[in-house]
Ligand binder design. Structure first.
Ligand SMILES: O=C(O)CCC(=O)C(=O)O
Length: 355
C-alpha cells in the first residue's frame, strides 16, 4: 500500500491496476534523510524474461522453454516466441541490431516529431520545428504577444518562436518562454503517417500527413511477417512513437481503432528496459509481466488485440537499464545529446495497418 491509498481502495482496484501498482516506480518516503531518494525495491521474480528464454533456447535447442512459452515454427531469422494462453501475441527478443536501434532512436528524436507529424506539444505551442536541434543549441521557445491594432482583432495574436537564451525578444512584449531541453523532456508522443486524434480516439484522415518513411515500412513489414495471415503483406499506415522518462508509465489500454485486427501492431522497444503487462479482455484478469529491452519486438494480432496492456515502469539506473551496448554505439562527437537522452529514456515505436 502506498501514499494515502487505503485497504478498501486496494480491494476495489482491478487486477490490472493492482499489478501496475506493484511494478510502478515509487520512492521510499525518507523525508528526514538528505541522501538521494531511493527507488522502492520491487520483486521481479514473476517477470518473464524472454532474453534468457532465447539464450537458453539457442544453447539447449528447445529443451528448457518455460511452461506456457512456445517457439514459433517459421522462417524468421531470429527465434519468435508465443504464449500458449495468448494466441496472436509474439515476442521477438533482440530483433533489431544495434545499428538499427541507433538509427531509430535518432529518427525518433529528430525527424519523427517534425510537422506535419503531430506531438503532445501541438495543443499548447502549435507545430514546433527542429525541437532536438533547438535543445542541442540550448534554445528557448518564446511566445510573442502581438499588440492588436484596431481592425486586426481577428489576426493570429500568439506565436511561438525559437530564440537563443541571450537574445532579446523583438519589438513585442514577451509573455512566456520555455527551454527546448524541457520541451524535449516533456515530449510524450508523436504520430507518423495517418494522424491519430487522441480527443476523439480515432484517425483523422483530413489532417495533413506524410507517408511513413520507406525504411521504417520495410522494417515493420519484415518484423510483422510471423504474425501475418498466410500470403499477405503488412501495410504500415500509421505509427505512434511513445517517449518515456523515469517514472513515466502507460496505463492499461486496448488498441482498438484499426479496422482489421487480424493484422498485427508491430511494437519496437528502444533505450532503457521496461516492464510490459499483458492482461486479458477484462481489466479484472490478472496480467502477465515481461521485460522489454532495446531491440525487442512485440507483435499483437487477432485475439491478442483484445487484451489490455501497458507499461508500468521503465528502469533508468545503470544496472537495470541494460543499454551498455547501445551506449557504446553512441560514441561519436555528435552523439552526446542522443546519449544523454537515451541513458534515462525509453522510446516505443508502434506501427499499425489502419484499414
Ligand atoms: O511502449 C510499449 O511498449 C507499448 C506501447 C503501447 O501499448 C501503445 O502505444 O499502444
Amino acid at each position: 500500500m502506498y501514499g494515502s491509498d487505503g485497504v478498501n481502495e486496494d480491494s476495489e482496484r482491478t487486477a490490472f491496476r493492482k499489478t501496475e501498482k506493484k511494478y510502478k516506480l515509487y520512492y521510499d518516503n525518507n523525508k528526514s534523510s538528505k541522501k538521494k531518494k531511493k527507488p522502492r525495491p520491487v520483486d521481479l521474480s514473476e517477470v518473464i524474461d524472454f532474453k534468457s528464454v532465447s539464450e537458453s533456447f539457442t544453447r539447449n535447442n528447445d529443451v528448457h522453454l518455460p511452461i506456457g512459452v512456445s517457439k514459433l515454427e517459421c522462417q524468421f531469422a531470429r527465434p519468435v516466441f508465443s504464449l500458449d494462453k495468448c494466441p496472436g501475441f509474439y515476442f521477438i527478443p533482440e530483433a533489431l541490431s544495434i545499428e538499427e536501434q541507433y538509427r531509430w532512436i535518432k529518427e525518433s528524436l529528430v525527424s519523427f516529431p517534425e510537422p506535419p507529424n503531430r506531438t503532445n506539444h501541438n495543443a499548447v505551442h502549435g507545430a514546433i520545428h527542429d525541437l532536438f536541434n533547438a535543445a542541442k543549441d540550448r534554445k528557448v521557445l518564446v511566445e510573442e504577444e502581438k499588440i492588436i491594432l484596431p481592425g486586426e482583432e481577428d489576426a493570429h495574436t500568439h506565436k511561438w518562436e525559437w530564440a537563443t537564451c541571450d537574445e532579446p525578444s523583438g519589438n513585442t512584449n514577451t509573455s512566456k518562454s520555455i527551454s527546448a531541453s524541457v520541451l524535449l523532456r516533456k515530449l510524450r508522443w508523436s504520430t507518423l503517417g495517418l494522424q491519430f486524434d487522441w480527443s476523439k480516439r480515432s484517425y483523422n484522415v483530413s489532417l495533413p500527413h506524410n507517408k511513413i518513411p520507406d525504411a521504417l515500412c520495410e522494417v515493420a513489414k519484415k518484423m510483422a511477417s510471423p504474425a501475418m495471415p498466410v500470403g499477405e503483406e503488412f501495410q504500415p499506415e500509421a505509427a505512434i512513437v511513445n517517449y518515456f522518462a523515469s517514472g513515466d508509465m502507460l496505463g492499461g489500454h486496448l488498441d482498438d481503432m484499426e479496422a482489421d485486427w487480424s493484422k498485427p501492431i508491430v511494437s519496437m522497444s528502444l533505450g532503457c528496459k521496461a516492464i510490459f503487462l499483458l492482461g486479458g479482455k477484462s481489466r479484472n484478469d490478472e496480467p502477465l509481466a515481461m521485460f522489454l529491452r532495446s531491440g525487442d519486438i512485440v507483435l499483437m494480432a487477432g485475439e491478442a488485440r483484445e487484451r489490455f496492456h501497458g507499461i508500468p515502469r521503465i528502469f533508468t539506473d545503470t544496472e537495470n537499464a541494460e543499454i551498455d551496448c547501445l551506449e557504446k554505439h553512441f560514441s561519436g562527437e555528435d552523439d552526446t545529446c542522443y546519449l544523454e537522452y537515451i541513458k534515462t529514456s525509453r522510446i516505443n515505436i508502434n506501427i499499425r495497418q489502419v484499414y
